[in-house]
Ligand binder design. Structure first.
Ligand code: 6GU
Length: 244
């Protein structure tokens, strides 16, 4: 997948050279094409923004430099504008975007970009949550990290993707590693039992329970199988008994 990034601060994307995304870049599964918007200024001051028509606070990114930068991607890519006014990004959207060959991200700054760019050149507007960031760059990093994980070849085995929280609408359950006893707190017995069938059932129940506790909004949309309902009920009964 090729990802074009149009930004005033392309350096922010350097953080993507680490970890899973960094590996996907070095394996050429994804390639980032950083386009510095400042290079497309049309005036002698080198600026790419201007005061808003009608007056008001802040500055708006001008349409001409953005248009020139977009022309570089030759109209064959899916253009996303990152803005708090966009549709909320989630795992479902991430999976959908991971199937596209070429994406262009426009990162806004200041009071946004000229509406005519949105109307004529943007395929969709995306927000990563209901809070305001100073620009779209960090949101762009979030999208790229999440989309990369959803590209089949990026995570070593298919299982690790299926293990991701939210990949099936559920949260990931609890994880433990050595030591068995940490400051008096023990690892659940079942995980030490070596009984793989029981461990698998515990993990299903623990994931359902975690989702129910922490995200009742997600839990209410789950279509639980008969088996899952029984496992969750037994898990909850054990908690009540142990007095947690
Ligand atoms: Cl995509 N951009 C900005 N500037 N703020 C945001 C956002 C995006 N998503 C949430 N807040």
């Amino acid at each position: 997948m090729k990802i074009n990034i149009i930004s005033l601060f392309p350096e922010i994307f350097e953080s993507l050279q680490y970890g899973v995304v960094g590996k996907a870049i070095s394996k050429k599964i994804i390639s980032l094409n950083l386009v510095d918007l400042k290079e497309f200024s049309t005036n002698k001051y080198g600026s790419v923004d201007d005061t808003p028509y009608g007056g008001g606070e802040g500055m708006v990114i001008s349409p001409e430099p953005l248009h020139s930068a977009l022309k570089q991607t030759k109209g064959k890519s899916h253009v996303i504008y990152l803005t708090p006014q966009g549709e909320l990004f989630d795992q479902k959207k991430s999976k959908k975007l991971s199937k596209i060959d070429e994406i262009t991200l426009i990162c806004g700054r200041y009071e946004g970009i000229d509406q005519r760019i949105i109307d004529n050149f943007v395929d969709e507007e995306i927000s990563i949550g209901d809070y305001v960031l100073s620009g779209g760059e960090i949101a762009g990093c979030v999208l790229i990290d999440s989309i990369s994980r959803n590209i089949q070849e990026v995570l070593g085995n298919k299982e690790s993707l299926e293990n991701d929280s939210l990949s099936d609408g559920k949260l990931k359950g609890h994880s433990y590693t050595r030591p068995e006893n940490f400051l008096g707190a023990k690892v659940p017995d079942v995980l030490l039992s070596g009984n793989h069938a029981q461990i698998a059932e515990w993990r299903i129940a623990n994931s359902l329970w975690t989702t129910k506790q922490k995200r009742p909004d997600l839990f209410k949309d789950l279509q639980l199988s008969e088996k899952e309902m029984i496992l969750l009920r037994e898990y909850e009964a054990r908690i009540v008994k142990s007095g947690e």
